[in-house]
Design a protein around this ligand. Structure first.
Ligand code: PMP
Length: 449
């Protein structure tokens, strides 16, 4: 590898960094991370910090999971790649699909369609939803509904159901036939409703209104994150998703749970659907499926959807899309090891317990710092929303967010800035002492606001 100076000098020139302005990155290059150990990462200057972002919501096991690393090394030696297209398959992909069906049996998932990551999983789910209706002879069902503030990745399908303007505007026109209803977000909503249960009902009314307007028999599926992540960790009231399921059932609309972040324990339950007691028709997973050690994702399919495809005698049944890396044997070997470790360490249990400690920390920070307008969390996903004034709720500007992030980093924790939110999604293996470190780091950062 070239020396450190080379990396520093070329940091933002030959490479365009995702979700960033190229000129901004060239003017102020991102930190180069060189090493990971436990829940800590070390940058090019040798500074080590607790990674309160957990990579990107994905490194649930931290950076030192030997079983996952060994599984990857073993599979690389045995068979680094073979395709899963039609005529061939590989052992790890079959085994992982078997294990996922067992793990997500309470959600009713019976089949896996492997992908290379979350955006792919969403794209495949949307495609399979349309195909499902074609097979069933209801070809008019082509539309998708979603929540404002939802995030569903960066492919055109995902961007079309995304509910954040900043991920849509530069790429319009998007897929036609995608419509959004308000998210059950108590801090900011068009109804000025702060009671979570009442707001849940109002959003469901908006859903029913939209379905009536569109015509229920024109809608293929509704997609939502059980807890909204990138949009700022919006936690719906516990009644929201069950009510939504009931309305969708009444109109025959499929429910796709986008569990790319919430799958595998992050919310304190093994999935967001299980947290709310809802069975979706399809689930999208990625990220923590390999704890981030290898790119992999899957669209999981319920019995109801599987039956339609598997009993199909029309010309619509063959799955006309797939990825070179669908079922990548190294990714699936990593997935098998990560899943075994996730279960062995009861990461959902730790996320629930440490999540309660983190929620107490956040409440304390809100009491101490006026700049914190709202705090939201479920398990080990959390957001602090920063405002310049609590009455007007005016978001602080970018400079303030950067100062807070830099202050936290100097104090020893990595946090993520998304708009005027500080996002936390630490590895699920963190201890109570780590939660205390996060609290101190956040306080140091917020003191700079
Ligand atoms: N869906 C959700 C809910 C996500 O949070 C993300 C990524 N943050 C995606 C889809 C897209 O996943 P990927 O970045 O792996 O393509």
């Amino acid at each position: 590898m070239r020396d450190m100076n080379f990396l520093t000098e070329n940091n933002a020139r030959p490479i365009w960094h995702p979700m960033a302005h190229p000129a901004e990155m060239q003017a102020s290059p991102p930190r180069v991370i060189m090493k990971g150990d436990g829940v800590t990462v070390t940058d090019i200057d040798g500074k080590s910090v607790l990674d309160a972002v957990g990579g990107l919501w994905n490194v649930n096991l931290g950076y030192s999971s030997d079983p996952v690393k060994e599984a990857i090394a073993r599979q690389l030696a045995e068979l680094p790649y073979y395709s899963g297209f039609r005529g061939t398959s590989t052992g790890p992909s079959i085994e992982l699909a078997y294990e996922l069906a067992e793990f997500f049996a309470p959600e009713g998932m019976v089949r896996s369609f492997f992908t290379s990551g979350g955006s792919d999983s969403v794209e495949s789910a949307l495609r399979l939803a349309r195909q499902y209706w074609k097979i069933k002879g209801e070809a008019d069902r082509t539309k998708f509904l979603a929540l404002k503030k939802g995030y569903h990745g960066t492919h055109f399908g995902g961007a079309s159901v995304n509910g954040n303007a900043n991920f849509r505007r530069n790429y319009e026109p998007l897929l036609p036939g995608c419509f959004h209803i308000p998210a059950p977000w108590t801090y900011r909503n068009p109804f000025d409703e702060t009671d979570p249960a009442k707001l849940a009902r109002l959003c469901i009314r908006a859903l029913e209104d939209e379905i009536a307007f569109q015509g229920g028999d024109t809608i293929a599926a509704f997609i939502m994150e059980p807890v909204l992540g990138a949009g700022g960790v919006i936690v719906p009231h516990e009644t929201f998703m069950p009510m939504l399921r009931e309305v969708l059932d009444r109109h025959g609309i499929l429910l796709i749970a986008d569990e790319v972040v919430t799958g595998f324990g992050r919310t304190g339950a093994w999935s967001g659907s299980r947290l709310w007691g809802v069975k979706p028709d399809m689930m999208t997973i990625a990220k923590a499926i390999t704890s981030g050690y290898f790119p992999l994702g899957a669209t999981l399919i319920s019995q109801k959807v599987a039956d339609v495809f598997e009993a199909d005698r029309t010309s619509f049944g063959a799955i006309g899309h797939g990825y070179t890396y669908s079922g990548h044997p190294v990714g699936c070997a990593a997935g098998l090891a990560a899943l075994a470790e996730t279960k062995r360490l009861n990461l959902a249990g730790n996320a629930a317990a440490r999540g309660e400690e983190l929620a107490a920390v956040l409440a304390d920070l809100k009491a101490r710092f006026d700049v914190v307008g709202d705090v939201r969390s479920k398990g080990l996903m959390a957001a602090l929303e920063l405002v310049s004034d609590r009455t007007s709720k005016k978001p602080v500007d970018k400079k303030v967010m950067a100062a807070v992030a830099d202050g936290a980093y100097e104090a020893g924790i990595m946090i993520r800035v998304s708009g005027n939110n500080i996002i936390l999604s630490p590895p699920l293996v963190i201890t109570s002492a780590d939660v205390a470190t996060i609290a101190d780091g956040l306080a140091a950062g917020l003191a700079r606001a």
